[in-house]
Design a binder for this molecule. Structure first.
Ligand code: PDD
Length: 285
């Protein structure tokens, strides 16, 4: 089965799925994206991902390329045409193709829309979750509006690479006051000695993760204590558990931070439980 990608109204073979060199995404990282989990051939939390997309587009004043119902058809078509059972959908909207000029292109320039699908091996992901992942920390170097899901990800790219080079899978950014903001591609959480689940509150300094929202629902249902407040690296190092959340990983236990074991050094019960029950609280379409 060959992969196909939606590019501005056409379904193209993956190897030919190209955009113009003067696409503003290519030249200015002038665009936004979404990553949505596909599980059992269905989209997970499409509604919330669509809402966040609209929010990101509005923040950057990029027009919506298709009406929402048509966009939903494209997303489901991407799953169907790629015969995707488990994996992710990647959706990107940029301000379109125009002569290079920093200011916005002429009114009427059509935004570009790309939707691709990729299989993720659930067995492999589960194996990773059983073992837990290592995280490094590094100074926050991103811009002041990372709540917008922009494709401008250079600090995230460098952070992730630094993590890889140190044998870790994720990097946590730390703000000037020593508090963890979030991961290079995930939200950051800890579980305190008293059993409270802690994550940074929403604001311009973290992405409002969809997985984060669903985990909050799960915590409420399980009557676990949620404490939305910033936490320091020192507190994380002394925590009982740590984990990250993202659409591509759901709830992923963290067992080492900067080389030091967290809790018992193996995935903890809270992260494991949240991972197990997550999809009971998610919406499928
Ligand atoms: N990343 N924070 C950042 C910086 C992210 O890039 C992501 C997601 C999240 C978690 O958001 P959500 O739960 O909605 O996936 C938080 C995606 C998966 C990515 O870039 O691949």
């Amino acid at each position: 089965m060959s992969r196909v990608v939606y590019v501005n109204g056409r379904w193209r073979p993956h190897r030919d799925a190209t955009v113009h060199v003067e696409d503003r995404g290519y030249q200015f990282a002038d665009g936004v994206y979404e990553v949505c989990e596909v599980r059992g051939g269905r989209l997970v939390d499409e509604r919330r991902h669509t809402e966040r997309l609209l929010r990101s587009l509005a923040a950057l004043r990029i027009p919506l390329p298709l009406p929402i119902p048509a966009l939903s058809v494209v997303l489901h078509e991407a799953v169907r045409r790629n015969r995707l059972t488990d994996g992710i959908l990647y959706l990107q909207v940029t301000r379109g193709v125009a002569r290079r000029d920093h200011g916005f292109p002429p009114a009427g320039t059509r935004p570009s829309l790309v939707v691709s699908a990729r299989r993720i091996d659930p067995v492999q992901t589960e194996r990773t979750a059983q073992a837990g992942i290592a995280v490094i920390t590094l100074p926050e170097t991103r811009w002041a509006r990372v709540d917008i899901k922009s494709i401008s990800l250079l600090p995230n790219v460098l952070a992730k690479q630094a993590a890889r080079e140190q044998g870790a899978r994720e990097a946590w950014f730390v703000d000037r006051d020593g508090y963890v903001t979030e991961g290079a591609s995930s939200n950051a959480w800890i579980v305190t000695g008293a059993g409270a689940v802690v994550t940074r509150p929403l604001g311009p300094d973290i992405l409002p993760g969809i997985t984060r929202e669903v985990v909050k629902d799960a915590l409420r249902a399980e009557t676990l204590t949620l404490d939305e407040r910033p936490f320091t690296v020192a507190e994380a190092l002394g925590a009982k558990e740590a984990f990250v959340t993202a659409a591509s990983q759901i709830v992923m236990p963290v067992v080492r931070i900067d080389g030091q074991p967290i809790g018992t050094g193996i995935p903890g019960p809270v992260a494991a439980a949240l991972r197990r029950i997550f999809h009971h609280h998610a919406e499928f379409s």
